[in-house]
Design a protein around this ligand. Structure first.
Ligand code: CDP
Length: 224
């Protein structure tokens, strides 16, 4: 019998640990991990390259015509993100992108473009996809929806450590302010806002180790 395609949606705010636990659960279960936030980040990177900054109050649909964005999945679960032939995986993880991304992900035309791309990538694969609106908008019929949360302080500290580990010099207080600002943007956008799907399993990860969360996720997915 052919194996059924499984779609797992993992949503939650910035720094809730979605991407690392989704990636590792995907490796453990031989599923593909798709990072939807990286697409919004890649579009933001592209617009900054084109305009020097992300213009306020402009629709970006026109800029997306002919844009080629792809993710290459690797055995270790990581997926590299490309704009055309340029690997932007590292460059999209910086504060300038984080500060400007709200203007991009507020644009309904951009969201429609990204959602089409994400659905096409999932067509032939069993996947774990993380983001903000995966269980509510992109895959409302997902086999499993998980909402990961954590306190602002815990999320700020996680993000701070990530930046430090990648050799970036950052200030914890400014990271915390950014997280609060991102939460406001993420929960208030008219389309694709961050919210908990009614049928999501909600996990508060504030007091859990990464391994605990991965194990919980694997235990939820394995019987599907
Ligand atoms: O890693 P982190 O949680 O900080 O963010 P991300 O998953 O890389 O997403 C970055 C930003 O992309 C979010 O703050 C949203 O503005 C946007 N995004 C979105 O609008 N919808 C998604 N499904 C994923 C990301």
């Amino acid at each position: 019998m052919e194996k059924k395609r499984i779609i797992v949606a993992v949503d939650g705010p910035a720094g809730s640990g979605k991407s690392s636990v989704s990636r590792e659960a995907a490796v453990a279960l031989n599923l593909k991990y798709i990072d939807s936030g990286a697409i919004y980040r890649a579009i933001t990177w592209f617009l900054i390259k084109e305009y020097g900054t992300v213009p306020q109050g402009k629709g970006f649909s026109g800029d997306l015509a002919g844009l080629r964005i792809s993710q290459v999945f690797k055995k270790d679960g990581f997926c590299n993100t490309y704009v055309g032939d340029t690997d932007v995986s590292l460059e999209i993880r910086n504060e300038t992108i984080a500060k400007n991304i709200g203007k991009v992900s507020d644009d309904p035309g951009v969201r429609e473009y990204v959602n089409g791309l994400l659905r096409s990538w999932a067509r032939d694969n069993s996947i774990i996809m993380d983001g903000r609106d995966i269980g509510t908008v992109v895959f409302p019929d997902a086999d499993l929806k998980v909402y990961l949360d954590a306190s602002v302080d815990v999320r700020a500290e996680r993000r701070y450590n990530e930046y430090l580990e990648s050799g970036k010099n950052v200030d914890l207080n400014s990271i915390k302010k950014q997280i609060i600002q991102r939460d406001i943007e993420d929960t208030s956008r008219p389309f694709g806002a961050l919210k908990t799907a009614e049928d999501a399993v909600v996990i508060d990860t504030s007091l859990l180790s990464k391994e605990d969360v991965i194990r919980t996720l694997v235990d939820l997915i394995a019987p599907l």
